[in-house]
Design a protein around this ligand. Structure first.
Ligand SMILES: CSCCC(=O)/C(O)=C/O
Ligand SMILES: [Fe+2]
Length: 199
């Protein structure tokens, strides 16, 4: 048997299908048995990911290249913890409401960790655990949410093309062009076996 070569990104990014329990959102919520999702499977949903050198993000050539190629002209930092984030409780609640954006959501974890949950084509939640060095792009129009994990801290670089727009559109917002485009991308890929919300 040929041993599976581990994807180096998996040291800082892991994904799995979630269970249905209402327990604390900061717990991992693995299914029993665990059902992992590869980063290549995530890419099929349009979720892109990289492992980068978070200790040297100011000079990192790989980050520079991604920014140039994808046009990410804007950056700032978002620290999520009660001491650093104004209106912490309200923001934490809002981050965990299922929503979409009309642009990509790009986050690069430079410290701490957190969970980005994304809906797959069959409406299952996939939990993406992003740790220091992990960078992800959620495509415009994908339903998702964010929560801290039990370490209760993340510092993320936020990137954007041009002037940033962070507006969340809570589900349902299926009529938005960004959503329709996202759903259409699956129709184009597999000739019709797309998300139910395509109508
Ligand atoms: C770690 S960045 C905070 C989460 C966020 O900005 C967002 O839009 C979640 O969907
Ligand atoms: Fe979001």
């Amino acid at each position: 048997m040929i041993p599976k070569v581990q994807d180096p990104r998996e040291e800082v990014l892991q994904a799995w299908f979630m269970d249905d329990s209402d327990e604390d959102q900061r717990l991992p919520h693995h299914r029993e048995p665990k059902e992992f999702v590869s980063l290549d499977q995530l890419a099929e949903l349009g979720v892109l990911s990289w492992r980068l050198d978070a200790d040297n993000y100011e000079t990192d050539e790989e980050l520079k290249k991604i920014r140039t190629e994808r046009g990410y002209s804007y950056t700032d930092f978002c620290e999520v913890c009660p001491e650093k984030l104004p209106n912490y409780e309200e923001k934490i609640k809002n981050f965990f409401e299922e929503h979409l954006h009309t642009d990509e959501e790009i986050r690069y974890c430079v410290a701490g960790s957190g969970y980005f949950d994304v809906r797959d084509r069959d409406e299952r939640w996939i939990r993406v655990w992003v740790k220091k060095g992990g960078m992800i792009v959620l495509p415009a129009g994908i339903y998702h949410r964010f929560t801290l994990d039990t370490n209760n801290y993340i510092k993320a670089m936020r990137l954007f093309v041009g002037d940033p727009v962070w507006t969340p559109f809570n589900r349902p917002h299926d009529h938005l062009p960004a959503r329709k485009e996202y759903v259409k991308s699956f129709v184009e890929k597999d000739g019709g076996n797309a998300i139910n919300a395509a109508a």
